[in-house]
Design a protein around this ligand. Structure first.
Ligand code: G
Ligand code: MN
Length: 349
């Protein structure tokens, strides 16, 4: 009803509206309280994109908890008190660490380390994601710099980008500002975006990606297979890597559908000349299967959970990703690095 057009001076005027309702005396018998509750319901309706939401008392508790969380997050943005953890990505063939993915973590005052999945939506709704996103790029650049100083080889670092960041007209400048000052001659950054982000405004996205590509930035599509990429558009996008979503990897054993999807993605990647990374490898069986299917690289708990920057540096040094050793198969994972070439690692535990 709210969405029906209104006729005004011969023209159809389209309006929209949302309703938040609360009922007395069930919810409250005080008019003021009823109105406030209705407003809580209305805010929920707007947030969830619903036309009509009826108030329930749990909404007040949730709203209060959210307010506390928002305050804490805003404070953390001011203090830059977030952390980046890194999860290695391994070559399927050699076992060597080829890249690491930076993952945002937040130190919750009571709950300990909270992961990106829980805080990114809140940061997005508060309009803080761009600031935190830029911080993550600066931090990733700095962490990489210190790994290089410790003797790690020219490792690539993948950083996740959120839709709000990519939508900005000056996305390219924001990225270059954040990373440009550090070893600008080195090409090391992969930005992970999702299918839906790219399909939102394909023309604009393409321009932004191409602009950054001229500076050596590469792109990966995260959680690939879960969105609705148009194949013809995909072929035109300057994407280097498809990251096969964890859900398909987990379904490989008992869902024939997952095998079919993974095979399709791998053959698509081959014909478009893109790299592939399988996410969420947890078992040796999954690793062997994906390697034999021709997937280029693997990421997951089987080989390494996300670890701190210091631990990640140590991991790379101990796995032979060193600048002082040329790329030899003997330095691949699983084979010992000759003791003489071993360097004191910075690992703290
Ligand atoms: O959307 P994206 O692929 O960037 O998400 C990465 C998230 O997946 C991280 O929070 C990371 O902790 C989690 N993750 C990484 N490897 C595994 C894995 O092997 N199994 C599961 N269940 N989660 C993983
Ligand atoms: Mn990712």
């Amino acid at each position: 009803m709210l969405h029906e057009p209104l006729e005004l001076e011969g023209r159809d005027i389209k309006g929209s509206g949302r309703i938040g309702a609360s009922r007395g005396p069930a919810n409250d018998d005080d008019a003021q309280a009823l109105l406030e509750n209705a407003e809580v319901a209305l805010r929920r309706a707007k947030h969830d994109g619903e036309a009509y939401v009826r108030y329930t008392p749990s909404m007040t508790t949730e709203a209060a908890e959210r307010l506390v969380l928002e305050g804490q997050l805003r404070q953390s943005v001011r203090d830059e008190s977030f952390e980046l953890y890194y999860q290695p990505i391994f070559s399927a063939r050699s076992g060597r660490i080829t890249a690491v993915e930076a993952l945002l973590r937040w130190q919750h005052p009571q709950q300990g380390l909270v992961s990106a999945g829980q805080i990114v939506p809140v940061l997005e709704s508060l309009g803080l994601i761009e600031e935190v996103g830029a911080w993550a790029l600066r931090r990733a650049a700095r962490d990489r710099d210190s790994w290089i100083e410790q003797g790690v080889a020219n490792v690539r670092v993948a950083v996740n980008v959120s839709a709000a960041q990519l939508r900005r007209a000056n996305f390219g400048e924001i990225v270059m500002d954040a990373i440009g000052k550090l070893r600008p001659q080195q090409v090391w950054l992969d930005l992970e975006v999702t299918e839906s982000m790219l399909m939102y405004d394909v023309e604009a996205s393409m321009q932004k990606l191409n602009q950054l590509r001229t500076h050596g930035v590469q792109f990966a599509i995260d959680d690939f297979g879960t969105g609705y990429s148009s194949l013809s558009r995909l072929a035109n996008l300057p994407i280097n890597t498809l990251k096969i979503d964890r859900s398909f990897v987990q379904g490989l054993l008992d869902e024939p559908r997952s095998i079919a999807i993974v095979e399709t993605i791998l053959s698509l990647a081959r014909s478009l000349d893109r790299n592939t990374v399988a996410e969420g490898i947890e078992t040796e069986h999954q690793r062997a299967l994906l390697s034999s299917m021709g997937c280029n690289a693997l990421q997951g708990y089987l080989r390494s959970r996300p670890v701190s920057a210091a631990d990640c540096g140590a991991l790379m040094l101990s796995h032979g990703s060193r600048t002082d050793g040329e790329l030899r198969s003997g330095a691949d994972l699983g084979m010992e690095i000759p003791a003489g070439r071993r360097r004191q690692s910075a690992r703290s535990h």
